[in-house]
Every structure is written in C-alpha cells, then in structure tokens.
Design a protein around this ligand. Sequence first.
Ligand code: AMP
Length: 415
Amino acid sequence: MTEFAGLELAQPLLRAISDEGYTTPTPIQAKSIPPLLNGRDLLGVAQTGTGKTAAFTLPLLQHLTNDGSKLQDRKPRALILAPTRELAGQIADSVRTYSRHMGLRSTVVFGGVSARPQIKAMAKGVHVLVATPGRLLDLMNQGHIRLDAVEVYILDEADRMLDMGFIRDVKKITAAVPKRRQTALFSATMPKSVQGLADGLLEDPVRVEVAPTATTAEKVEQRVLFVAKDKKRALLGELMSDEDISKVLIFTRTKHGANRVAKHLDQIGVEADAIHGNKSQGARERALKGFRAGRIRALVATDIAARGIDVEGVTHVINFDLPNEPESYVHRIGRTARAGAGGIAISFCDHEERAYLADIEKTIRQSVPVQEDHPYHLAQIVSHIGAGPGADKRPSKARRRPNRRRPQRSTARAA
Ligand code: AMP
C-alpha cells in the first residue's frame, strides 16, 4: 500500500497529515492525489466517508504553495463549491487543518447567516474559498467576490448539487471562473445529468472511482471468527443452527470451494446452492430464483459470480474465505445492508488470512470485533495478528474494540 510519504506532497502538508494521525492514504486519495499534483482534471466517483475531502484539498494546497502569485482582495485563488452549509463548513475545517503549517488564508461563505463577516474576510483576501452556490452568487453580484483569479476549481457532491436545483447557479459560477484552470468534480453517483455537467467542465479528466467504504461498513454489524482452515466447514454447520440466519450469502475464494461448501450444507440439511463461472446461465438463474423466493437458505458464491446480484432481505453475509482485495470485502458485506437496512457480516479468518484482515481493517478504518465464543476459536491467531503486513502499528488489544473509527466529524458527515 502507498504511504503518504510516497506521494510527493510538500513537507508542511505531510506534517499536517501526521498531526491528524493518518499514515496511509485511503484508496480515493491514493488514486486522486498523483494526477491532481500533475495538474490533471479529475472526475471522482466517491461518497462521503472515503476521505475524498483530503483527496482534493491536499493537491490544491500544494498548488497554492508552488505558485508565488500574490493574494488580491476579493479574489480567491481556489474555489470549492459544495451543496450544503454543513458540507461547506466541514470542507473549510479540513482546509484549515491541512493548511495549518502553510500560512494560507481560507474562508467559507454560505447562506442562512449574516453575510457581513464573510464580506469582511473576502475583503482581506483569501487563497481558498469554500462556498455554497446561492450565497456565492449573491456576493459576486454585489461585487464582494470576483472569480477571475481562480486557478483550481472543485465541485463536491455534484449529484446533490443538481438534486437541489443548483444547476443554473453552478453554470453562472463556472462562467465567471477563468477557462485556464484545474478542475475536479466529485460525485457519489454518476447519473447522466452529472456526466453532462462533468463533460462541460472537465478537460481530458482522469476518472477515479472507489467503493463506498466507510459508509457501507458502518451500517453492517461485523465480526470475525478465528478458525483453522480445516475447521471452517464444521464452524459453518454450527452457525447454521441459528435460525436467524435465514437468508445468507456465503463467499468463497474459488469455484471448487463454493461447490464443496454448498454440498456440505446440503449434507447437513441446509438448503443451499452454489453460483460461479462454471455453472450454466440456466443453473445460475435457478439458484438465484430459489434464493430470492426463500427456497434456498444459503447461496454460496465467488466474487465474480456475485457481481451485480441484488437480492433483498439478505440477513447475513458469511465470508467463508476472506478476500485478498479489501474493496471486495466492502462489496460483499454491502449485500446485507441494502436500502439503508442493517445486516450482519461474519468473517472466518484462518492463519494465512490474517494479513488480509489487517488490510481490510485499514481500508474500512475500523477494527472488526472478534467473536471468541464458538467451539473452534483459534486463540493463537489473536496473538499472531500483529505479524501481518499493515498490522504493525496496531496493538492487538484494540482489535476487540468495535467501531474504532477515526472519530471527529466522520459520523456526522455520513448522515
Ligand atoms: P471524507 O470522506 O472526506 O468526509 O473523510 C472521512 C473521514 O476520514 C474524515 O473524518 C477524515 O478526517 C478521515 N480521513 C481522511 N483521510 C484519512 C486517512 N488517510 N486516514 C485516516 N482517516 C482519514
């Protein structure tokens, strides 16, 4: 995994990042920061909670330090547009946090509060302006803000911006920003309307996309069970005696593994079927239909076969094998938290998989609570877990603490 130190960020930014306690860039940061530092335009498909704010703020601040041009009254050098006051306020907090060792000035303007302090701040001149569209246009119309010195232009949560009816305002604001500039647009979803807006704004953009990590993971109750590889089937049988596990999607790494697990479940009296690439289209459809209708209690799948499957009311996801890609983990457990409903994700972790678990925990920025009260608990994994790559800085005691997320504003933002 990339470290921040490998991203060619300036020292004052690295210091601010380290003050915050971040060691590893999140996926959206690792993918967005290099092209943005190279001056490219960017289209980012990412939700709140993925670390997208730092993904666009850090390169923007670096750009401002590299460029010696003077600060002018009323003329920000970077503009970040956000749809709501809350989001604008949070972005402004982040800008302040990451620029604290740089001596840059920033401010935020939004409606619903007195414009006077905002006008005063603009009169002194700021490097970075964070704004909601309505108030920004008002202040522009009154001559308090001019956008002709903007070099970096960011639109955050573009989909929400359009949903809230800001399209005309955004167009007017964009028309006031110089054509020669760097632009990035972030959106959680990419409907045609947002794509259309992006097409008009961005020049030859790099497109980056990440799974909705933290927000998905938050809704799902997760636990991990340490178990020896050859005891996984017995453990699964044990779990299936719980009738609450009524509609369960089970993931295995291989097609053979999926077959073996489905067969074992059949043998112990659990209605099960497997879907994977070696099965005919007809067989896959039959299995899915049975699962949807509730005739099949357990559907065993590989990641590829499960892609695009959307079944309502999945009560549990069981990771019989842990995936080696943390993003697959997030996709898998997301199957049980559809439409805002919570679900339960249970992961088996054997000795060889503990490094995967460490990577997953880094990505979702939570430690997954360990469930020990089962007959196959493998205590020695707990004491070995610090040995996995990426687990080096985490004390093993912390692993039993649920939701060890980075605190701050993240929960408020996910709401
Ligand atoms: P965002 O998606 O920008 O709203 O960020 C979500 C949360 O993740 C914020 O509370 C950030 O402080 C935090 N965060 C951002 N980047 C990192 C990182 N690299 N490591 C740990 N936490 C981070």
